[in-house]
Structure formats: C-alpha cells, structure tokens
Design a protein around this ligand. Structure first.
Ligand SMILES: *[C@@H]1O[C@H](CO)[C@@H](O)[C@H](O)[C@H]1NC(C)=O
Ligand SMILES: *[C@@H]1O[C@H](CO)[C@@H](O)[C@H](O)[C@H]1NC(C)=O
Length: 188
C-alpha cells in the first residue's frame, strides 16, 4: 500500500523521464528489452470510390469507402490492389476517424500472389483541420503534417513466396490526397 502511494506521488516525475529500466518494479524494473525500430517497407496508393454514408450508428458516423484500385511497391514486391477493397470508418464526436481498411494486394509476378491486408487505425487532429479533411472542396488544402493518421497493418497469404508477410507487423502513416490515400508502411 505504501509503495503504491509512493508510486502515485512519483508519477509526475516518472512521466517526465520515462525509462523502462528505472520503473519501480523491484528487480523486474531493471530489465532492458531491445527497442523496436521502424524501417520503411512499402507505399500503397489507393484510388477511392464514392463514399457511402451509412449514418450515425451506435459507434458514430459510419462511412463505407470503396477502393476502386491502386498500386503498391514494397521492398519485397510490387503490384496492384484488387477491386473490392474498402475502408469502413467511424467518425466520432471530435471528428476523429477510426479506420479499418481491408483489401487484397495482387503481385506483379507472372503467376500473381494475393495478399490480404487488414488495417486498424485513427486519423486525429485539430477540429478545424479534420473539418476541412471531411469536406471534399477543402480536403486538398490540408497538409499531411497537419494531422495524425496512423494504421497498424497485418497481412495474410497462402503463397509461400510471400509467406514472410504473415508474421510481420507494420505501422503505417497515411495521408488523404484528393481521391487518393497514400499509405507509407514501416515494418517493425
Ligand atoms: C540492476 O542492474 C544493475 C546493473 O546491471 C545491477 O547492478 C543491480 O544490482 C540491478 N538491480 C536490481 C534491483 O536488480
Ligand atoms: C514459408 O514457406 C516455406 C516453404 O514452405 C517454409 O519453409 C517457411 O517456414 C515459411 N515461413 C513462414 C513465415 O510461414
């Protein structure tokens, strides 16, 4: 109990100089694990179709955004996006958008491989910036650096040529540019 109170008292100090290996866990606080790194790994450019506004459901304003095509280049391949992918997004009260895209990459090989991609992320930022982004007439005036758009990406394939994608994890930074979305993926 006393320790707990001490931790609460120290919390502002801990937060200002957060280091894993100085946390008050006793001997376990001394542990140093290797830090993850982010290595540039792919860029995907999506062509967006007409947004379908599903309406204000129990979780927020639901939008369905079909992908009509697109291209991708990775360190380990390149190709196109199969028609029929989509982002099902929910816009909440402060206009932050939770995105959950699902789509299939087709590789440019003579016998193509197909890689299913699932993402989960948020687009957040100042209210006036998000308002502009949501307005097709003003969206292009917003610079990608004015908002955050981070997506956690996972892939799945049965094709052994690309099976390394099954076990990797990516963090991607997105930007909405007119009728396109650009997604830069960094492998962990
Ligand atoms: C923490 O690590 C240092 C350096 O490796 C060691 O000297 C010290 O005894 C450790 N402390 C605890 C509480 O395990
Ligand atoms: C990929 O497939 C090869 C050949 O079947 C296999 O040896 C390897 O373990 C697989 N790797 C992953 C990550 O699934």
């Amino acid at each position: 109990m006393q320790h707990f109170n001490l931790i609460l008292l120290l919390f502002p100090l801990l937060a200002s100089a957060f280091r894993f290996n100085s946390l008050p866990f006793g001997p376990d606080g001394n542990l140093t694990l290797p830090s993850p790194t982010l290595t540039p790994d792919f860029r995907i450019i999506f062509d967006l179709g007409q947004r379908v506004a599903v309406g204000p459901g129990p979780w927020g304003q639901r939008n369905w955004i079909p992908f009509t095509g697109g291209r991708w280049v990775a360190k380990w391949g390149a190709g196109t996006i199969v028609d029929g992918g989509q982002d099902s997004q929910v816009v909440i009260g402060d206009l932050s958008a939770r995105v959950e895209p699902t789509y299939v990459l087709k590789t440019a090989d003579e016998t193509p491989a197909y890689i299913l991609v699932k993402g989960l992320g948020w687009r957040t930022g100042r209210n006036e910036v998000l308002q502009k982004l949501g307005n097709p007439l003003l969206a292009d005036t917003v610079k990608p650096s004015e908002y955050k758009f981070f997506v956690h990406v996972q892939m799945e394939t049965g094709d052994v040529r690309y099976n390394h994608t099954n076990t990797k994890m990516w963090i991607a930074r997105g930007a909405k540019l007119g009728s396109k979305v650009v997604l830069d993926g960094y492998v962990l």
